[in-house]
Design a protein. Structure first.
Length: 433
């Protein structure tokens, strides 16, 4: 009798345990209880509510792998840029609601004196000093990220205009009044772009590390009623030293790397006496492009080796920073090899930190689009690309050799084509509104 009672008690206890477990499972699934459930709910909200067209507008352009993209701004749970939070941050900062870090004027003033003296410090030493400057001032934690891609932003604001914290007028006004950094890739129509940018202010040429220090000093001057426009090759990275409430945005223009390489070669060959000793040594003796490629097969010259990838990097790779000794780069022995790691960082900066990406091959459309971004009237402008018959008639070996030397620039150009097409679709949708 006792034994039977004990057996019945055990069966009842097992039944209760099973019942509780089933109840918890059903309720948990229904209410999304637990960390995993909350993450699923958050993920559905982030990627589902504000979806426009073929891609969620709070995430970077289609084809961007979140695994290799970490922005300097605000990110969602999946690692993509949460453009809504990013825009709100910039608007608050613009209104003076976000505190900025203290500028390190003493350091920049000292560096300016040294770079202007006869004993010019090397780029490696200069950027080491600038890194210390940021550490002391707290810039790493508080420095502003540049404005995100304008056309992603306009699509987001249009979707959330009635209920969102940012309206279209405020957003366009913020972009039109920002400081500008134009990452100028040589022989890609950048001279014409800089002519267009003069409508926003004098274009300060940041072509080497000494010029970079000058740009830092301008941004930390405390002047609030002036819009700075920085051009030339060494402008990327200035946003990390920006101390004011006025936003900062980047623009860039890309050209097919093979065409850019050939154009640069013939341009430098024509003007070699004026240029760097590297060009005099390797370009002037070459009677044609084939001879130059054979002469430099084991020589790494910055201008002809994944140049755009190098221009899109700052601070993460000190050896890259150090190689910008002057307009044309260091001696070949000091020019670091570009790897996939560099490419992924440059790709991140291209997709997350450029307010606009233009193309030389689509110059008129690019010009119209960047004018829209900056609040400028649509103008016609001559393009100063070095036209030459050799650009089309290169041999298959020449093309293969140029592509081999610029494999990562080729990949970045493919990324730029994708970005440009997305920008263009959004521009055509909104340009007349």
């Amino acid at each position: 009798m006792a034994w039977n009672s004990l057996k019945r008690s055990r069966f009842i206890l097992v039944g209760v345990v099973i019942g509780v477990a089933l109840s918890y499972f059903v309720v948990g699934r229904t209410l999304n209880v637990g960390d995993t459930g909350r993450n699923r709910t958050a993920h559905r909200h982030v990627t589902g509510v504000h979806t426009v067209g073929l891609h969620p507008i709070n995430v970077d352009f289609p084809g961007q792998d979140h695994a290799d993209v970490v922005t300097s701004g605000v990110n969602n749970a999946d690692g993509g840029l949460d453009i809504g939070m990013e825009l709100i941050h910039h608007v608050n900062q613009w209104r003076g609601e976000d505190i900025k870090y203290t500028p390190c004027k003493a350091t920049t003033a000292q560096l300016t004196r040294k770079t202007n003296s006869k004993t010019v410090k090397t780029c490696a030493a200069i950027f080491t000093e600038l890194r210390k400057c940021r550490e002391v001032s707290g810039a790493d934690e508080k420095a502003s990220s540049p404005l995100p891609n304008f056309f992603q932003a306009i699509e987001y604001v249009n979707q959330t205009d009635e209920n969102g914290e940012i309206d279209m007028v405020t957003m366009k006004d913020m972009y039109s009044k920002s400081h500008i950094g134009f990452v100028h890739l040589p022989k890609s129509g950048g001279t014409s772009v800089e002519k267009l940018l003069k409508a926003k202010g004098r274009v300060e040429q940041i072509s080497h590390c000494g010029g970079f220090v000058s740009g830092v000093k301008m941004l930390q001057s405390g002047v609030t009623n002036k819009t700075y426009v920085f051009g030339s090759k060494r402008s990327y990275g200035l946003h990390k030293f920006h101390t004011g409430s006025k936003p900062f945005l980047y623009l860039t223009w890309l050209r097919n790397p093979v065409d850019k390489f050939v154009s640069a070669f013939f341009y430098v060959q024509k003007t070699a006496p004026y240029f760097h000793t590297l060009f005099k040594k390797y370009v002037k003796p070459a009677k044609d492009l084939t001879a130059f490629l054979k002469l430099t097969q084991n020589v790494r010259i910055q201008t002809f080796d994944n140049h755009f990838t190098r221009l899109m990097l700052f601070d993460e790779f000190p050896a890259i920073d150090a190689s910008f000794e002057d307009c044309c780069g260091s001696a070949p022995s000091k020019v670091p090899e570009i790897t996939e790691t560099h490419y992924l960082a440059a790709k991140r900066n291209l997709k997350s930190n450029m307010a606009f990406v233009g193309l030389t091959e689509e110059f008129k459309m690019s010009q119209d689009m960047v004018s829209y971004v900056l609040g400028l009237p649509i103008l016609n402008s001559d393009i100063h690309v070095n036209a030459n018959p050799h650009r089309i008639n290169i041999t298959s070996w020449e093309r293969q050799e140029i592509e081999r030397r610029n494999i990562w620039d080729m990949k970045l150009y493919e990324d730029a084509l994708e970005i440009f097409e997305q920008q263009k679709q959004i521009y055509l949708k909104f340009k007349d509104l």
